[in-house]
Design a protein around this ligand. Structure first.
Ligand code: UDP
Length: 325
């Protein structure tokens, strides 16, 4: 079984490529290395290319003949998407259309899409389930919601095309074997910033807002280990290979931690104290974002292995101190 992975040299994509390789899938990574790294691709061939180049994509599809495509390549920085919306729509939407068109030309009909909880915006009900309205509050979330609508329409068009869209909550942690992990310049994510502060790379950690309507006043998020997330893609792929219909699933554990709880866990796991300061709220942060994860557990049989914040932080920390993080 051959799987083409776009963005396979990036953070989540490289963990996907590793898991696919370990499970015996043939894998090819297509990545422009704008933020990814060649050393992160542990299995299969890496083709350095951009999704803007359809001819290059056609070449790869012709040679590799994938059975399915997993599409990770996208821009992900929310504030940048506010400043540079066209850059985000071009890469995240237009380039996805290029990929879907080439899939159609080559008769590849199974697609797994990296979506995001950002499609919900500020949900009315928590935990948020897949039936909640798509109501993104920034261009990044809009691009993911737009692609979801394109996928829905393509799947309903009568053509041979089935997809699974996975809406990621807060992905964190690193390969437990320490071979790969997060390696992106100017990280904004809480766990990465906290472990880098513990390491001494940043002087202090800022908590963005302590007056939210939550028990300790800081935002609550559903942190999911990157290997459990990669495993969700495997069960989604198996589902499509067995003839499953197009569908959308949340990827989170179904419970959350506050920023202060995360900071305490990072201090405990790393054994390092560091300076933490209270800062104003960051624009666009919903107070609580927690997945209703029943659907993926019940319909796809997904069973996460690393639902443990200490383990998530431990793998992120080990990568930071021993790896190339
Ligand atoms: N956060 C924080 N300090 C940081 C980075 C993040 O207080 O240095 C907070 C952020 O405001 C949010 C939570 O941590 O409430 C998770 O943010 P992150 O950027 O990791 O993920 P997001 O939920 O925005 O996708």
């Amino acid at each position: 079984m051959r799987v083409l992975v776009t963005g396979g040299a990036g953070y989540i994509g490289s963990h996907m490529v590793k898991l696919l390789g370990e499970r015996g899938y043939e894998v090819l990574t297509y990545d422009n290395l704008s933020t990814g790294h060649d050393w992160a691709v542990l299995y299969g061939r890496l083709v350095v290319g951009d999704l803007a180049y359809k001819d290059k994509l056609r070449e790869v599809f012709g040679e590799f003949k994938p059975d399915a495509v997993m599409h990770f390549a996208a821009y992900i920085v929310v504030p940048e998407s506010v400043r540079e919306p066209l850059k985000y729509y071009r890469n995240n939407v237009v380039n996805t259309i290029n990929l879907l068109e080439v899939m159609e030309e080559f008769g590849v009909d199974k697609f797994i899409f990296s979506s995001s909880a950002a499609v919900y915006g500020i949900p009315e009900k928590i935990p948020v389930s897949e039936g909640a309205p798509l109501n993104p509050i920034n261009p990044y979330g809009e691009t993911k919601a737009t692609v979801e609508r394109i996928l829905r329409d393509l799947s309903n068009s009568g053509k041979d095309f089935r997809y699974v869209s996975l809406r990621y909550f807060n992905v964190a942690g690193a390969d437990p074997e320490g071979k790969i992990g997060f390696a992106y310049p100017n990280p904004t994510h809480l766990i990465i910033r906290a472990v880098k502060t513990a390491k001494g790379e940043f002087e202090r950690l800022e908590i963005y807002g302590t007056d939210y309507p939550t028990p300790d006043g800081t935002c609550i998020r559903d942190y999911i280990h990157v290997v459990d997330l990669a495993d969700a893609h495997i069960v989604a792929l198996e589902y499509l290979l067995e003839g499953g219909q197009s569908d959308v699933f949340n990827c989170g554990y179904g419970h959350g931690y506050s920023v202060k709880e995360v900071v305490e866990t990072v201090k405990r796991v790393t054994g390092r104290d560091f300076k933490v300061v209270e800062a104003p709220r960051r624009e666009g942060d919903p107070p609580v974002l927690v997945a209703d994860s029943k659907k993926i557990r019940e319909r796809l049989g997904w069973e996460p292995k690393y639902d443990d914040l200490k383990f998530i932080v431990k793998t992120a920390w080990e990568w930071e101190v021993k790896g190339r993080g």
